[in-house]
Design a binder for this molecule. Structure first.
Ligand SMILES: O=C(O)CCC(=O)C(=O)O
Ligand SMILES: [Fe+2]
Length: 223
């Protein structure tokens, strides 16, 4: 906690996009960081991703359930060590279900595409070392429009939530801090988004994490 005078409040920066600040407690954050460390280990561990353009992403990534590569999903690390992707942990599915209820409320949830029968089966874990960022993109390799649940850990960042049509304005810049929950579903599900910058060493040192971690939980729609 950063000694805020007032609690940071839930907000809806775009239709279907909900930010719930400080959603994860300290214990949950520590447990997730520890889990990420396990998931990062080879085989099928954390790797850097090379894009078809030849560019190398500045984040490092590990996936659970389905392996994301540019641009698709596979059951093995087709652009890495070739190992089978690690299983999607049921606890993460339960956490993501709770996240949808926290974001939309149990009644609001019914009005969000793919939320009532939500069956998440992918986690994409990104580590942002100091200086890393992520260009504007859409999460569109999934075959269904169920919401994406995003959990942030460690350093805070500037997250850019754009529109569904273009990579350009209008967009909204949000600060995401450790423990924050962002859900993008409904009309924001396929919005462009990215991470403009992180703020080095802003996390509570007790978390024992250098840089920033982001976990997105998704539903693939793949069998
Ligand atoms: O790090 C973030 O907050 C966003 C990550 C993201 O957009 C992705 O993994 O597709
Ligand atoms: Fe994304």
């Amino acid at each position: 906690m950063t000694g805020e005078l007032f609690p940071r409040e839930r907000s809806e920066p775009a239709p279907g996009a909900v930010l719930v600040p400080d959603w994860l407690g300290a214990r949950e954050q520590l447990d997730l960081v520890a889990a990420c460390r396990d998931w990062a280990r080879p085989p099928a561990g954390m790797r850097t991703v090379t894009l078809p353009t030849g560019g190398v992403m500045s984040v490092r990534t590990v996936c659970l359930g389905w392996h994301w590569y540019p641009y698709g999903y596979a059951r093995t690390v087709v652009d890495g060590d070739g190992a089978p992707v690690k299983a999607f942990p049921p606890e993460l599915g339960e956490l993501a279900h709770r996240a949808l209820t926290a974001a939309y409320g149990s009644t609001g949830l019914e009005r969000i595409a793919g939320a009532p029968d939500y069956r998440p089966d992918i986690a994409v874990v990104n580590h942002y070392p100091h200086g890393a960022k992520m260009g504007l993109h859409r999460d569109r390799e999934e075959r269904v429009d169920a919401p994406v649940v995003s959990l942030s850990l460690g350093d805070s960042c500037v997250f850019r939530l754009g529109n569904t049509e273009t990579r350009t304005r209008p967009w909204t810049d949000l600060e995401l801090r450790s423990g924050d929950l962002l859900v993008f579903g409904g009309r924001s599900r396929f919005a462009y988004h990215g991470v403009v910058r992180t703020h080095p060493d802003t996390a509570d040192p007790a978390l024992g994490l250098v840089g920033r971690l982001n976990i997105t939980v998704r539903q693939s729609g793949l069998a």
